[in-house]
Ligand binder design. Sequence first.
Ligand SMILES: Cc1cc2nc3c(=O)[nH]c(=O)nc-3n(C[C@H](O)[C@H](O)[C@H](O)COP(=O)(O)O)c2cc1C
Length: 410
Amino acid sequence: MSDIEYFWRLPTHGDGRQAHDKHTRGEWNRTPAALRKAPGQVHGEPDGFGYIDYLSQVARAAEIAGFTGALVPTGAISYQSWTVAAALARETRRLRFLVAHQAGYTEPHFLAQTAATLQAISGGRIDINWITGGDSAAQRAIGDQLDHARRYARTGELIEVVKGYWQSAPYSHHGELYRIDNGGLKSPLREQPIPRTFLVGSSEPALAVSGAHADVYLVWAEPLEGNRQQFEAARAAARSAGREDQMKFGVRVDIIARETDEEAWGEARRLHETATASTLKQFADLGREPRAPSTESAGAQRQWAMHQGYVGKSFDDLIVGPSLWAGFSLLRGGPSCGLIGSYSSIAERLAEYIDIGATHFVLASNPHLEEAWRVGEEVLPRVPAALQRLQELRSGSSRAPISIPEPASV
Ligand SMILES: Cc1cc2nc3c(=O)[nH]c(=O)nc-3n(C[C@H](O)[C@H](O)[C@H](O)COP(=O)(O)O)c2cc1C
């Protein structure tokens, strides 16, 4: 149990009290300036604080509430991940930063130097979540012209080159995309620890790159069997690369946790009922013919398969497993599946992911400040006992399938 690591997501493009108004805190807010709330405005007047002050509170809450680290996502409209991590590294003491980095953004030497500097600034608290980009149109909008397969080839080459550049000087590399002659980090940056490599993606190229390089392979939550298969596919890829024993596994999932299952599901129903028509339309095919998902991302297609564009689906149709609802993307975009339930139910679900091999979790819930405390205080401490119960059940029933009761009212 001691090697389980919990990360909390930093909401780098706004937050809100509930999933479907995630932009009410931060400069992404679309309400008129005079009505905006802190940080930034108090009673319509500038208050001298910015969104980074709020993110700093979230990071402090996460580390004090018992999280190992914080995911800093990357996105075209977000605050930039390295910049946020650098600012918050100095406001935290022990929190790790899992910095998401799009491989297409940088040349190897710039990335190695930036990451090594941040290792020095933070006392070695940096990991990298290597992001490849699932959709060519979205990639072209940020100046990336490579197709899906070539993007993954670039991610693999970049990881290799950054490590080589970091560790050995003089370093030369003549590859498909990068050519370096007699480069390499020098002291004192060269002595900084290389960040751990987290990788994501469900497509064949993603699995190949993950097998070759991932210290941790991360997936979006799905019904347990789907995630188990994804772990198995990544493990097979690592085996082919001769590094099966070096790969760990993780799950990234949003949660709604409350005292009771009824309260948690009641909150989800309320969010679903109060989402505005424009929010729902933004993220679903509602009112249109069901169609294939427009993204090239294999992982996003797996998520889409669980709601099929939401056409003709009720709230209950989207319950796809114990405590698992596939309607989260209806409220805020992103992956569909999230966990809903009492503190004990969520702890049981996390224990089940541990049981199939997960050692890393990236959790999130709105508002991220208040919920970091709730999840840290109420959910995480319940996981060890939940895992023990699961293992006792299993050993008592000679590996019979474990039956976990559905919440009384969903
Ligand atoms: C756990 C996880 C975290 C992700 N984080 C980000 C992110 O921060 N920024 C981003 O643009 N895409 C992110 N993605 C999406 C990936 O860019 C991309 O869609 C995915 O790797 C597509 O690969 P695939 O076709 O192999 O599934 C994430 C995906 C997963 C599974």
